[in-house]
Ligand binder design. Structure first.
Ligand SMILES: [Fe+2]
Ligand SMILES: [Fe+2]
Length: 256
């Protein structure tokens, strides 16, 4: 796959960086996003250790590393943080993550903790690049206890972290979800098992209800656009998942 420019107007671009055709880490393939405005950039969920050189190579098509003014981490998972020590050697940017994960980050071998900004539970508004206001939107327990989305009001794209993530076979490389019914088999199992509860989903839906969303861009799998945005949110609204389905002995009732 190639990089996909999800949005472009004047010098504002929201880009999906496709660092490789296949999964190089033996794990799940992940998306990295770059928002660029007037030559400055913000990197969203830079990815694991194995993909870092490829993500960097793709980023260099747009800006130099020193033009990255912020790195945003939706949550604490290795597919997001794994490459961060290397990024931190290259980039002197502020790094945003939920404040509840700050105390655990040194275990990834990260030492320069003064570069991190702990996001409060309620989220915050930031403007890491002049003219690029971003909203850090709470999405806790979906799946991580401290998860944040990033909403870019210029492109109307909501970067949703693991919400909407799809486990796609490698041969499927359509960058967009246009037909939600056909896409459902790739998201259903993941959301039932990884997302914590319907209550968390309802809280998130209320949180984002005031946002004008043209696209939902998850950390794994294709980007929702057009009717698929509303169809995905409608499906999610009634989903029972996580602790809703959990029983004794480690069982999950997937049958309902
Ligand atoms: Fe995750
Ligand atoms: Fe993930």
């Amino acid at each position: 796959m190639r990089n996909i420019e999800l949005f472009r107007r004047d010098d504002h671009r929201f880009i999906l960086l496709n660092e490789s055709e296949t999964d190089e880490e033996g794990g799940i393939r992940s998306n990295q996003y770059l928002i660029v405005r007037n030559g400055r950039g913000v990197l969203l969920d830079p990815g694991g250790f194995g993909v870092m050189p490829h993500v960097l190579a793709e980023l260099l098509r747009y800006i130099k590393p020193e033009a990255v003014d912020a790195i945003f981490l939706s949550h604490q998972d290795p597919d997001i943080i794994g490459g961060l020590t290397t990024w931190m050697e290259l980039i002197r940017a502020d790094i945003f993550i939920s404040r509840i994960w700050l105390r655990f980050l040194p275990h990834y071998g990260l030492s320069d903790m003064e570069r991190f900004v702990g996001i409060p539970d309620e989220g915050m508004s930031v403007e890491p690049v002049p003219g690029m206001p971003l909203q850090l939107v709470p999405a806790h327990f979906l799946h991580s206890e401290g998860q944040f989305n990033v909403y870019d009001p210029t492109s109307r794209i909501l970067f949703s972290g693991d919400i909407g993530a799809a486990m796609m076979p490698n041969e499927c490389d359509n960058p967009y979800v246009d037909d939600f019914a056909a896409h459902l088999p790739f998201v259903e199992g993941f959301h039932r098992r990884y997302m914590c509860s319907n209550r968390a989903i309802r809280c998130w839906l209320e949180t984002i209800s005031g946002l004008d969303i043209d696209m939902i861009a998850p950390q794994h799998g294709p980007v929702y656009r057009g009717e698929a945005v509303g169809q995905f949110l409608a499906w999610l609204r009634d989903l029972r998942c996580g602790v809703d389905l959990m029983g004794p002995g480690g069982r999950f009732d997937h049958a309902d």
